[in-house]
Design a protein around this ligand. Structure first.
Ligand code: PLP
Length: 239
């Protein structure tokens, strides 16, 4: 099983502690591994942190070598995506296999990049994370405020406590991909149509908006334009 339990891409939602316990119980029953993709775990802006699935399993089993969870961390969302450095915490036997797979795939990640990330992380990881928390929290707040202000009735969205994304659900019958085509032409606002995230091709009335790289004014203006466009589409649908 693969899951991104903290501020998931694309929904922004977090699996609570009880949900994580259920995942572990189910994995035990099915005898499968759990891949915990923790790319956004450090990006919590409010609310109480939930322990990683791996931590819950270690607490239960007493030793990381008895666990089935493979925890994947990344520096892409906190320090720099371009250096391509992340890390895995898992039982020794899993790590040994992963080393072989990594060697077969591309020999290894750039040693210089690993050294650079290590030095930067040692010197100021917490400081950098605190800095981006401030910026992203403000942008998250700006996006939620703009959605509240500009979205017509019938549109709903998630209220993430962290991460980079808000997941928007449009009234049934609307199509996020068609909306994107119109939006790019007229409103000049881009987003990801939700269907891209569904293996079965459903989710056509959903979309993912991201608040990480636009400032407050851009977010307000972008959501205003998107709200106007959606209002027009909702009216056309009702006509
Ligand atoms: C859930 C999730 N996992 C992993 C990544 C990428 O991580 P990395 O840059 O370490 O490959 C992303 C971001 O693009 C993501 O959204």
């Amino acid at each position: 099983a693969y899951l991104s339990a903290d501020f998931a891409n694309p929904t922004g939602e977090t699996v609570d502690r009880a949900g994580r316990e259920r995942v572990l119980t189910l994995a035990e029953e099915l005898d499968i591994a759990v891949i915990e993709d923790a790319a956004y775990q450090s990006l919590r802006y409010d609310g109480e942190p939930v322990p990683p699935i791996l931590a819950l399993e270690i607490a239960k089993k007493g030793d990381i070598n008895n666990t089935r969870t493979i925890y994947c961390g990344s520096f892409s969302k906190t320090l720099a995506p371009g250096l391509r450095v992340g890390w895995v915490c898992a039982s020794e036997k899993v790590i040994r296999k992963l080393v072989l797979l990594k060697q077969a795939a591309d020999l290894h990640s750039s040693t210089i990049n690993q050294m650079a990330i290590c030095t930067v992380a040692e010197r100021g990881f917490d400081e950098q994370v605190a800095k981006i928390h401030q910026v992203y929290k403000q942008r998250r707040n700006a996006m939620l405020a703009a959605l509240e202000k500009y979205m017509p009735e019938g549109v709903s969205w998630t209220k993430p406590e962290g991460g980079m994304f808000v997941w928007v659900t449009l009234p049934k019958g609307m199509d996020g991909a068609a909306l994107l085509a119109k939006s790019i032409e007229t409103a000049k606002v881009a987003f990801v149509p939700g269907r891209a995230f569904f293996a079965d091709g459903s989710g056509e009335n959903t979309l993912r908006v991201s608040f990480s790289c636009a400032n407050d004014q851009m977010i307000d203006e972008g959501i205003r334009r998107l709200g106007d466009l959606i209002r027009g589409e909702v009216a056309a649908l009702a006509a």
